[in-house]
Design a protein around this ligand. Sequence first.
Ligand code: ATP
Length: 422
Amino acid sequence: DLTSDRAALLSLRSAVGGRTLFWPTAQQNPCNWSGVQCDTTLNRVTALHLPGVSLSGQLPLGIFGNLTRLRTISLRFNSLSGPLPSDLSSCIGLRNLYLQGNRFSGALPEILFTSLRDLVRLDLAANNFSGEISNGFNNFTRLRTLYLENNKFSGSLPELEIPKLEQFNVSFNNLNGSVPKSLRSKPKESFAGNSLCGSPLDRLCPSKEDVPPAISVDLRRNRKKKNGLSGGAIAGIVIGSVLGLVVLLALLFFLCRKRRSSLKNGATKLTDAEFLGEMQLTGSNGFSLDAPATSSMMGGGNKKLVFLRNSSAIFDLEDLLRASAEVLGKGTFGTAYKAVLEGGMMMLAVKRLKDVTDSEAEFREKIEFVGAMDHQNLVPLKAYYYNKDEKLLVYDYMPMGSLSALLHGSIPSPSLISNNVV
Ligand SMILES: Nc1ncnc2c1ncn2[C@@H]1O[C@H](COP(=O)(O)OP(=O)(O)OP(=O)(O)O)[C@@H](O)[C@H]1O
C-alpha cells in the first residue's frame, strides 16, 4: 500500500540524498513529493522521476522490493553506483527503466530477465555495467528501446529476436565476434567501438573463404612447424637410440671378456712350454763375478723354483703360477711378465725363456753363473725354474721402467730401472 511505498521512498532518500532531501516528509502522502507519481485508483506509487538531481551512492535492497507498482523509474544522469538491486525484479509491471548516465557496475541480475517482461524502454547506457549481454533480453518481448552503449559489456552478441525493437545501441563496449543475423538491420553506429565484425559493419569477419590461398598455405606450414617432429621421426630416433645402446653394451661386454681372457692367458702362458735360448753373456766389463752362487732348492727336487745367492724362498712356484701376470715386453730370449703375488705381497719380473736347447745341467750351470753376477746396473737374478717345458728367470720388479724410458722419458734415477737391459 501507499504507506509501505512511502517507507520505501524514505529509505531511498536516506540512501541516495540529492533532491530527495527536499521532500516534505511531514506529509503522509508521498504522491505530492517531487518526482513521485501515483495512481489514485490503485493508491500506489507508479512512477519515480528523479533525473539529474545529484543522487549518489548505491541502491540498497528493500526499496524497489516494496515499490511493486512502479511502471516507470527514471534515475538517469545521477551519480548512482554499485550493482542493480535484485529486488528490482519485484516491479513486475515496470515499463520504463531509465538508468543511463550513472556509475552502476557489475552484471545485470539474471532474475530481471525473467520478471520484468513488460519492459518497453530500457536505457542502461553510459554506466560501468559488465559481463556478457544475456540471451535473456529475448524475454522482453515488448521491448522497443534497448540502449546499452558506453558500458563494459563483453563477449559476443546473442541473437536477439525481439520483434518490436526499434532503438538499439551496444556501441563502445568490449564486444567481439560477428553481428548476429537478427541485428544486421540495425544501423552500424549501434555496433561501433567494439571488436565486432560482419554486416552492417564494414569490417569483414575472418573465415576460411576470406583467408587468401597464399596465407592459408603459410598458416598450414606454420602449424606443421609448431607440431614439431612427426611420429615416424620420433619412432626412428627411439629405435636408433635403443639399437645404439645395445651395440654399445655388446661392445663393452666383448671388451671386458677379452680383457679377462687375456689376463687369464697371460697367467696360463707361464705354464706353457718354451725353451731357453743359448745365453750369450757379453763378458765381464763392468761386472763383478762372485764366487759360485749358492742356491736353495724349493721342495728338495730339481724341478722346483731355485733361489739364488741370499734370496730367501718366501714364495714358491705355486705362488708364481697363481700370480696375476701382465706382459712387460718381448726380448731376444723370451717374454717378460710382471707378476703380482697373491695379496699384492710382492711384485716380480718373470722372464720366460724360449728356444732353450741346453741340457738341464748346462742350463743350471749357466744360470748359476749369471745369478752370481753383481753390478750396480744389473738387476740380480732372484730365482729360476727349470723343467722340460718351462724355463723361468725371476727378478725383482723394477717399477720405474726401462733404460729406453729413462733415455727418452723423464725418469731420474738409474738405480731403479730394469737393468738387465743395461
Ligand atoms: N726386473 C724387471 N723389472 C721391470 N721391468 C723389466 C724387468 N726385466 C725386464 N723388464 C722389462 O721387460 C721388457 C722385456 O725385457 P727383456 O729383458 O725380456 O728384453 P730386453 O732386455 O728389452 O731385450 P733383449 O732381450 O733383446 O735385450 C722390457 O721393457 C724391460 O724393461
